[in-house]
Design a protein around this ligand. Structure first.
Ligand SMILES: *Cc1c(COP(=O)(O)O)cnc(C)c1O
Length: 472
């Protein structure tokens, strides 16, 4: 026993000291490239890990522990570089989900990226009235554009649509009743549930109708002295089919006028152009809802609008003014980056002729199966040359998705590439793709890894090839 115990001791004693390891050429190089204090901390921590590994290992396996300075230097090098790598970094979306919430939803147009870069060079005109030099209002940057594009009287922008819904309810209905159809008590993306948001806003929810059908008389019967508003929600991420019925905005309008209560709609995606031109189902347009009589409409800036994360509120000036005065609005305000990007994105809508090409989500959406087939073929040719023999690529017909609960029942025909590898399972390939640099996110379909080029920009193709050529 004593002899074996001393083997551990021997190994621990022969471990290089922190000072010596720091003088090792590879580590010295790191010290010149990164903060030396940080490199020292990581070096200490890696040596401590090896010490613990030695103590935790049974004597018979001690020979497997490599304590050579070369090996330790490599561990320190990998760790320092990994810690410095940005945590939010570019990724390749080969999953074909256009609005992929986990990958940042709508990719921004070049114009929006440029305006962000301009706004953050030093100071900017975020909330100042330029001619007078007095404190101004940050909503002004986009209010006129939103009014022009939607036909509303006024507009205001907050952090995201979840915040917008909460803010509107809190402003117009705190301590009062809100009527809502049971068919519209939806959950979006797990954390956003209409009944929960309603409760937190301080409004009292009056549920009417049934899951599949709600009639105008249900609304009529529910209106009382305590009614503050009617909330309509576009159930973006699911469809009720069969024996169903909802009351559209235009039919609710006369009831709201009669009782002088606002008609509020959470339209979700906030589409400003007709998607039927892409062969997609009609997604409600903000301007149509205004025309139909909605008094306040909330929607996301980073779904079908294609801009930065934000929640947009448009509608009657008297309600928007109240909303802007709510202290919660201040708590949900956006920063200069968002305003710069949102303004640039909205300006793209002024020219419908170039919008399709300039806004990435529409560019991706309008790619045809034939164009994607050509891209897939060219990719396969290059990938076969670059990747190892164990790889097999084939071209298949598949389906892309809009994502983020938009157009839930609609798949978009695409041409994609399957990747197989004789040494790896599809899950292993998927994991290796995610762990590569840049990380690549594919989808797994029928137990195959599928790369969908609809959401991959042509500039990213060489990177994708290079990722595959580095598989071992
Ligand atoms: C997506 C969505 C939301 C939440 O919007 P975020 O911008 O993600 O906060 C709320 N309501 C509806 C109907 C939605 O589709």
């Amino acid at each position: 026993m004593a002899g074996k115990g001393s083997k551990k001791k021997e190994l621990l004693n022969s471990l290089i000291s922190t000072t010596k390891l720091l003088n090792y050429p590879k580590i010295k190089e790191l010290t010149s490239e990164y903060a030396s204090h940080f490199v020292k901390e990581i070096t200490k921590s890696e040596l401590q890990k090896v010490r613990e590994a030695i103590l935790d290992t049974i004597d018979d396996n001690l020979d497997n522990i490599d304590i050579s300075p070369e090996r330790l230097a490599v561990l320190v090098d990998i760790r320092v570089r990994a810690e410095y790598r940005p945590s939010v970094r570019p990724a390749i979306n080969a999953a074909g989900i256009i609005l992929h919430t986990a990958l940042g939803r709508a990719p921004l147009a070049d114009e929006a990226q440029e305006e962000i870069a301009n706004a953050i060079k030093n100071y900017c005109t975020l909330a100042i009235d330029v001619p007078t030099g007095k404190r101004g209002d940050r909503y002004n940057h986009v209010e006129d554009l939103l009014i022009y594009l939607t036909g509303a009287e006024a507009a205001c922008v907050v952090n995201n649509n979840a915040g917008a819904v909460l803010l509107v309810l809190n402003t117009l209905a705190e301590g009062k009743e809100v009527i809502i159809s049971r068919g519209q008590l939806v959950e979006i993306g797990g954390a956003f549930r209409i009944p929960d948001v309603m409760r937190r806003s301080g409004a009292m929810m009056i549920e009417i109708g049934t899951t599949n059908r709600t009639h105008l008389y249900d609304y009529e019967d529910a209106v009382t002295e305590e009614t503050s508003m009617i909330q309509h929600v576009h159930h973006s991420n699911y469809r009720i089919t069969g024996f169903t019925g909802e009351v559209p905005i235009e039919e609710l309008k006369p009831l709201c006028v009669k009782h002088d209560i606002p008609l509020v709609e959470d339209i979700g995606s906030g589409c400003l152009i007709d998607l039927t031109q892409f062969g997609l189902p009609y997604e409600p347009l903000v301007q149509d809802s205004i025309k139909a009589g909605a008094d306040v409409i909330t929607f996301s800036g980073d779904k079908m609008l294609g801009g930065p994360q934000s929640g947009i509120i448009v509608g009657k000036k008297k309600y928007i003014d109240l909303i802007k005065k709510n202290p919660l609005c201040r708590a949900m305000r956006n920063d200069k980056l968002t305003y710069a990007a949102l303004e640039a994105t909205l300006k793209l809508y002024l020219d419908r002729a170039t919008l399709m090409e300039k806004l990435p989500i529409f560019r991706y959406l309008s790619l045809t199966k034939e164009t994607l087939r050509k891209r897939a073929q060219s990719f396969v040719r290059k990938a076969r040359d670059a990747a190892g023999k164990e790889f097999e690529f084939s071209i298949i017909d598949s389906e892309s998705q809009m994502g983020s609960g938009s157009l839930p029942a609609k798949f978009i025909p695409t041409t994609a590439v399957t990747v197989r590898n004789s040494n790896m399972s599809p899950d292993e390939i998927g994991k290796k793709l995610r762990l590569s640099d840049p990380p690549v996110f594919a989808r797994i379909e029928n137990d195959r890894v599928v790369l969908d080029f609809r959401t991959v920009s042509p500039k990213e193709i060489p990177e994708l090839i290079s990722v595959l050529s580095q598989f071992y």
